[in-house]
Design a protein around this ligand. Structure first.
Ligand code: ADP
Length: 421
């Protein structure tokens, strides 16, 4: 059984085709700049050449059609016909209060997803375009929606209700939803397996640290709190997003900038803040680290003064990032009544020893210690245990794999629906 996983953004579409007997990736790729001009990268795993090409992609529909032609074509293809795609799994960013689990897409489900557009107006329309395009292009394949918010729907009311007038919650569904749920679920399941397999009583804090970043507190295998909120702006500082700040800053910034609208001020908090805002360098952590590692002692030239300011700001951006993460971890130790393991994942969490070390340095008073050598040399696909001997809490690095969770959920749902027929 082959399953195609689709992840659409407003101008992009990422895909992976899985062989579910082995869970191997048969091909993967992405279409970028949809609606602007168009670029595709397609990587087959059968030895055929990679395709990288600028091609016109006026809409998601054209992008899906191009992906399908490429998957089945003679030069870069990996399957002979569309009938070899048994089902399609879609990442859907928001499932509102309705979807606590992945679901087979039918007309009622589509209506319910459309009703969530007001909660994620930038993302869900793109997800819907991906679903419609696949329904048209591969009509025989069942489609499944896997929601970023589903894993966090179990968060108890005292942690998901905002202290604002209750009608916003009751009548308008405004609450903490959280995102990255598929990633937090995947790495927490892996961690539970690694730590003995019994979710009951297990207390985990999973740190998804990429361009977007969030933490989740997980007890008995369920999310009981997370840092992102009604929107993905809340919580940790991120590549370009500010995370949790004084809400009144929206009007303060609007005023400083000479009378911006709320939307324009929010744009600054969403697009120009986070580590980009502080460093003035980049939203990419590698770029910031490159500058932050500059050696002050070797800088003697006066012209380097401006550079030194950028070094200072880059270091500060990373310090703010690490401190805020550690602070939230502290609060989640309260929420969980202790902690058994801290799990690092996503681009920064998986690849940056210095960020992991910097976060753990704040956590020593909880008996959390990371091993210098293991942390420095960590690499690999499975669970990497970087706990220092004597630490009372495990520290793990687990690469995330949201696509695999989407493929597994899709297979489970399609199989159980078929077997009920
Ligand atoms: P996204 O949220 O876009 O899925 P990723 O999880 O791929 O993001 O993470 C991207 C981030 O990871 C980038 O900021 C990148 O600089 C950072 N990153 C990747 N490798 C490293 C590394 N070796 N050291 C530090 N940061 C890294």
């Amino acid at each position: 059984m082959n399953i195609l996983v689709i992840n659409t953004g407003s101008s992009s579409l990422k895909y992976q085709l899985f062989n579910m007997e082995t869970e191997a990736i048969i091909a993967k790729g992405n279409c970028d700049r949809i609606g602007i001009d168009g670029h595709i990268k397609h990587v087959p795993s059968n030895g055929k050449p990679t395709l990288k090409s600028d091609i016109p992609l006026p809409s998601h529909s054209e992008a899906i059609n191009f992906v399908i032609r490429t998957l089945t074509g003679p030069e870069h293809g990996v399957i002979d016909s569309l009938s070899e795609i048994s089902a399609v799994g879609h990442r859907v960013v928001h499932g509102g209060r309705k979807f606590a689990q992945s679901v087979l897409i039918n007309d009622d489900v589509l209506k319910a997803i459309i009703a969530c557009v007001r909660l994620a107006p930038l993302h869900i329309p793109a997800n819907l375009m991906g679903i419609y395009a696949c329904q048209k292009a591969i009509p025989a394949a069942p489609q499944v929606a896997v929601f970023d918010t589903a894993f966090h729907l179990a968060i108890p009311d005292y942690a998901h209700v905002y202290p604002i007038p209750y009608a916003y919650y009751d009548e308008h569904d405004i609450r903490r939803y959280g995102f990255h749920g598929t990633s937090h679920r995947y790495v927490s399941e892996k961690a539970i397996d690694y730590l003995g397999g019994n979710a009951e009583g297990m207390r985990l804090i999973t740190c998804h640290l990429g361009n977007g970043a969030s933490l989740a507190a997980i007890k008995d295998g369920k999310s009981i709190d997370t840092t992102m909120g009604a929107t993905p702006l809340e919580g940790l500082p991120m590549g370009t997003r500010c995370g949790t700040v004084d809400a009144a800053l929206v009007s303060v910034i609007a005023e400083i900038e000479g009378g911006l609208s709320i939307g324009e001020a929010l744009e600054i908090l969403n697009q120009e803040s986070g580590v980009l805002g502080i460093s003035g360098i980049s939203s990419d952590f590698r770029d910031i680290m490159n500058i932050a590692e500059f050696n002050f002692d070797e800088a003697v030239e006066v012209e380097e003064i401006e550079d030194l300011e950028l070094v200072h700001r880059s270091r500060l951006a990373l310090d703010v990032f690490k401190y805020q993460i550690a602070k939230f971890i502290g609060s989640y130790i309260v929420a969980l009544g202790g902690v058994d393991a801290i799990v690092f994942t996503a681009g920064v969490g998986e690849n940056s020893p210095s960020i992991r070390r910097g976060i753990c340095d704040w956590l020593k008073s909880f008996g959390i210690f990371i091993d210098g050598d293991k942390n420095g040399n960590a690499e690999g696909n499975g669970v990497t245990d970087v706990t220092e001997a004597g630490s009372s809490v495990a520290v793990l690095i687990i690469p995330t794999n949201e696509e695999l969770i989407i493929a597994r959920d899709t297979m489970k749902i399609v199989f159980s629906t078929e077997s009920r027929k």
